[in-house]
Write a protein of this length. Structure first.
Length: 366
């Protein structure tokens, strides 16, 4: 199946309905073994193999396994979708995550699905081509469901432009958000820079009887390519990680522009007026997918603000006389005795007299 055909199929109702039916059967099996707790990848694939026979390979080295596992965690949380507006992205690009406690990296649900504007973030596919991400799947899991044996939580996420994707896990074991990002990147660089275990990883895939022969070559190629971890890939990882952290912090913010939008009533009226069977099927398909959280859709930007945020992202500054204060997050005390804390998003803004000239200096946005 060609990439375009695969992409169309993965967004089709047929694919989503078959996936939901399979997940329901797997969930019934898991309720008997792990109960309502979040299953580890091993538990999930044990249940999948029990229900459907030996269909899953060694999930540790099979990229598709991570995709299916995250899709299942999203299913358990009720397929919660967050649609991000481009105006919000402009503000997040001009926002700093320094000195933000990692305790605020908590999802509103165990798992969420974020739809992001085109051109927001990119990643490398297996052939080294740069692709714009369309969506990000994020799940909050106990760290021991991955590999580490500890009490910390972890964020497992997958950045995707179907059928291409990349996946990572960040342990929330540090005090501040940027420290979690730094430690994860250091760990990835160290692991992928160490070629001692390369032969063992390739051997595991080669000897796995449940991986089809036609897929083994692609998986091995991916493992070998990942060993060549360049500075470009490292910088790209940092951009992806920090972008996701900013999004989570914003959604958790006490002043976030997040609201539920359900267009079912509007679509139902259009279905009543539809005369073409093709149009009716399309409207019914849209109705099944309606119901999302809109994030930043009520944010408006002037032309000056758009230029300001774009300049921050690219570093193209002109010497003028008013200066920009980067956006950031503030831990705000509240409640009885001001003992509780909530995260507040402080938007980027100009500082100085209204009629003064503008002075912009280059910032490294993190």
């Amino acid at each position: 199946m060609q990439d375009d055909e695969m992409k169309k199929f993965m967004h089709s109702d047929e694919y989503k309905e078959s996936l939901a039916k399979a997940f329901k059967d797997v969930r019934e099996k898991l309720l008997l073994t792990v109960g309502d707790s979040i299953p580890s990848m091993t538990d999930f694939f044990d249940a999948l193999n029990y229900v459907f026979g030996k269909v899953a390979s060694s999930h540790e080295y099979h990229p598709d396994a991570h995709e299916v596992y995250l899709q299942y965690l999203i299913f358990l949380s009720g397929n919660k979708i967050y649609d991000l507006h481009p105006n919000l992205i402009h503000k997040l690009n001009a926002t700093n995550i320094r000195a933000v406690p990692s305790e605020f990296l908590r999802l509103p649900f165990n798992s969420i699905h974020m739809k992001i504007p085109k051109g927001t973030i990119s990643f490398f596919n297996n052939d080294g081509k740069i692709i714009d991400a369309e969506e990000i799947l994020i799940s909050e899991i106990p760290a021991h469901t991955h590999k580490a044996e500890n009490d910390y939580m972890a964020l497992k996420f997958l950045v995707r432009n179907s059928p291409y994707f990349c996946y990572f896990t960040i342990q929330l074991s540090e005090k501040e958000v940027h420290e979690c990002v730094d430690k994860t990147i250091d760990s990835i660089v160290e692991k992928l820079g160490n070629r001692e275990g390369l032969e063992d990883r390739i051997k595991t895939v080669t000897e796995d009887a449940y991986i089809e022969e036609e897929h083994k070559e692609e998986i091995i190629k991916d493992i070998v390519n990942n060993e060549k971890f360049t500075i470009d890939k490292q910088n790209q990882l940092r951009r992806i990680f920090e972008f996701i952290m900013k999004c989570i912090l914003y959604i958790n913010g006490a002043n976030a522009d997040v609201y539920w939008y359900d267009e079912y009533d509007y679509l139902r009226a259009k279905m009543a007026r539809a005369k073409s069977p093709k149009k009716l099927r399309k409207l019914k398909s849209m109705a099944r997918r309606s119901g999302i959280f809109r994030v930043g859709h009520r944010i408006t930007l002037s032309r000056e603000e758009r230029l300001m945020y774009e300049n921050i992202r690219t570093g193209k500054w002109k010497v003028t006389t008013k200066f920009i204060v980067q956006g950031h997050y503030r831990s705000q005390p509240y409640g009885e005795g001001r003992q509780k804390r909530k995260i507040i998003f402080i938007e980027p803004f100009y500082k100085g007299e209204d009629f003064s000239e503008i002075i912009n200096k280059e910032h490294i946005v993190k």
